[in-house]
Ligand binder design. Structure first.
Ligand code: 5GP
Ligand code: ZN
Length: 112
């Protein structure tokens, strides 16, 4: 599978893995937009949320739970943080493997 995030998840591409479990991996974004900018991904290659449509509630729920634990670990839980899940072209999704961005450590601007 020629997918950057799959390769990071399986160790083919070296990255600092800040969290991993059976289904999920997290690592720093290569182009951080905030003092804390982590990406939380499923090990399984799924291009977009609900694509193919299916029961992803558990998967997405777990990604969000991991993100909030990482926020705690990074010390940004109290100050607050932003979780971003881009889907498809208009959503600004560039990497076609589901990922949640965890952004924090600075004041986020209003959504536009
Ligand atoms: P998207 O726009 O698809 O939601 O976000 C993709 C994110 O992946 C971007 O913030 C980009 O900086 C990050 N990214 C792209 N390629 C790599 C890579 O090879 N390693 C890491 N750690 N992050 C990447
Ligand atoms: Zn992938």
């Amino acid at each position: 599978m020629d997918c950057i995030f799959c390769k990071i998840a399986n160790g083919e591409i070296k990255s600092e893995i800040v969290y991993q479990d059976e289904t999920t991996v997290a690592f720093p974004d290569i182009n951080p937009k905030a003092p804390v900018h982590l990406l939380i991904i499923p090990r399984k290659h799924i291009e977009r949320i609900l694509d193919p449509a299916g029961d992803q509630e558990k998967l997405i729920g777990h990604l969000v739970t991991v993100a909030s634990k990482l926020a705690e670990q990074q010390g940004i839980s109290r100050s607050g943080y932003r979780l971003v899940l881009n889907r498809g072209a208009h959503g600004g999704q560039v990497v076609p493997h589901i990922h949640i961005h965890l952004l924090g450590g600075r004041q986020m601007s209003k959504m536009g």
